[in-house]
Ligand binder design. Structure first.
Ligand code: NAD
Length: 483
């Protein structure tokens, strides 16, 4: 894999190449061996002792200052676009969204994480939100900044310090962003799988937060389990989209649907990955979809204005996606190339966006997460049938239902095995800072965003004085159960 250190786990240098311009080096970071990881965890441990004692409002203030720095990068920084291949406007959007999230955490965390005290006839009970200590954040390349700050923001707000291990495929922009935090609160270690496992299993780490693919998630979970460290896992998805028979196929809706699949060249956990349309409207949907793609999809260099789809992240990814398309064609599927091409296809890992039709449900492009610029359009005959097909497989991250009737859409939404269901949209246009996001089934456990995302970084500890033993209390037998 490009970017992985030559000697994983040992000292070395990670070199990141621009996936849109092969041979162009974007930057280098030092790879951390076990000794550097140990050092980072030790430093984070000692910084945490003072940090957790600060009033919550003071901690929130640091997040607000960091948000300003992240915002300021949004209009100027091209590092993320050059290392990930994501269009410049998308990268700026991610930075602004990340800044907005930090401000949201700063506003909500002090109250959400405050002690709760009850003093009544049953006694006095204080529930204290205690930080874990050092949090390890292990993150993927595809949204390198927001996926790190979704962990760093609430972890710091709750009084933890953090060691971040970014993906070796996009280590540069996130490292620059994390410099916005007061030295000591957030440490960054670079490396691949071995570095990630060493960090996740480190005895000085008391909480692990991981976003990435299923295979890596299993390895991280196993390493953390050895140390009895709790893990939050945000893994892959194979999101179904169900267009009900009354769905509005307006130009705007279809453009939204197209971008839901092809933003970041389809490499998004919550991308629209399988499209189900009523058989009676299949031709109409196909035509409207291809026309919308013609309007919004421009494959090109991420730094060119007007590009909406960049290259995929690596040669391996391009190869894998091309193989999925070839497999679909081999099964009798029809492949329709989408959008405009302004890319020099040979210069980077470019794959032309494609829609495939007439493929069976067991084709790999339907049954698994394609994580690339190809999407299948499938016909269904009735709602019971499509609900079953939508829920097939192990994954349950996102889903969407599209209908002119919101009540009908919300009623259908209850049928999905999904952690997040979008109505009349899908992917990032359907997110909200207050709405918890995460998977069911094998898409992971734990939540990011929302108050639930804050509570992931503190453990509730109780202090209790039963009324029976307080001055004037009725008392209780030494071995009795409370009633
Ligand atoms: P990845 O799993 O290859 O890498 C994620 C992180 O794990 C990186 O830091 C990487 O260095 C590390 N890693 C890789 N292999 C490892 C191993 N064997 N043991 C320990 N650590 C390992 O994922 P990626 O290619 O960077 O991202 C794509 C995947 O992430 C997709 O499956 C996507 O759906 C998922 N994802 C999920 C969410 C979510 O919120 N649920 C968000 C974004 C991406």
């Amino acid at each position: 894999m490009p970017g992985e250190p030559a000697a994983p786990g040992g000292p070395g240098v990670i070199v990141r190449e621009n996936p849109a311009r092969l041979g162009e080096v974007v930057g280098r970071v030092p790879a951390a061996g076990p000794a550097q990881v140990d050092r980072a965890v030790r430093d984070a441990e000692s910084a945490q002792r003072a940090w957790r004692e600060l009033p919550a409002e003071e901690r929130a203030e640091i997040l607000r200052k960091a948000a300003d720095t992240v915002d300021a990068m949004a209009g100027t920084d091209v590092l993320m676009a050059r290392e990930t291949g994501k269009p410049l406007a998308d990268c700026a959007g991610e930075l602004r969204f990340a800044a907005a999230y930090l401000r949201w955490v700063a506003e909500k965390a002090p109250a959400a994480l405050a002690d709760r005290e009850t003093d009544d006839d049953a006694g006095r009970l204080v529930l204290r939100r205690r930080p874990y200590g050092v949090v390890a954040a292990i993150t993927p390349w595809n949204a390198p900044v927001i996926l790190a700050l979704l962990k760093v923001g609430p972890a710091l707000a709750a009084g933890n310090t953090v060691v971040v291990k970014p993906s070796p495929l996009a280590p540069l922009a996130v490292t620059r962003v994390l410099e916005a935090f007061r030295p000591g609160l957030v440490r960054v270690v670079h490396g691949g799988a071995a570095t990630a496992r060493h960090l996740a299993g480190h005895p000085g780490v008391h909480r692990v937060a991981f976003t990435g693919g299923s295979a890596a998630g299993r390895a991280i979970g196993a390493a953390a389990a050895e140390a009895v460290t709790p893990v939050l896992l945000e893994l892959g998805g194979n999101d179904p989209v169900v267009l009900l028979d009354d769905a509005d196929l307006t130009s705007a809706a279809m453009e939204r649907l197209v971008m839901a699949s092809f933003a970041t060249a389809g490499q998004v956990c919550m991308a629209a990955k399988r499209l189900y349309a009523p058989r009676s409207r299949l031709a109409e949907v196909h035509e409207a979809y291809v026309a919308a793609a013609e309007r919004v999809l421009v494959l090109g260099d991420p730094l060119d204005a007007g590009t909406t789809v960049g290259p995929v992240i690596s040669a391996e990814a391009a190869e894998r996606v091309r193989a999925l398309i070839a497999d679909a064609a081999g099964r009798g599927g029809t492949v329709t190339a989408l959008g405009a091409v302004r890319a020099d296809m040979e210069r980077g890992h470019f794959v032309r966006p494609a829609l495939v039709t007439d493929v069976p449900d067991d084709a790999p492009v339907v049954a698994g997460e394609q994580f690339g610029p190809v999407v299948p359009l499938l016909a269904y005959d009735d709602e019971d049938e499509v609900a079953v097909r939508a829920n097939a497989g192990d994954l349950g991250l996102g889903a969407s239902v599209w209908s002119a009737d919101e009540e009908r859409a919300f009623a259908f939404a209850r049928r999905f095995d999904a952690g997040f269901t979008f109505v009349n949209t899908h992917n990032r246009t359907g997110m909200a800072l207050r709405a918890p996001f995460g998977g069911v089934k094998r898409s992971g456990h734990g939540r990011e965003y929302g108050v639930e995302g804050l509570l992931e970084y503190a453990q509730t500890c109780a202090v209790h004085a039963p009324a029976a033993f307080r001055a004037g209390g009725a008392g209780m037998g030494a071995g009795a159960y409370p009633t």
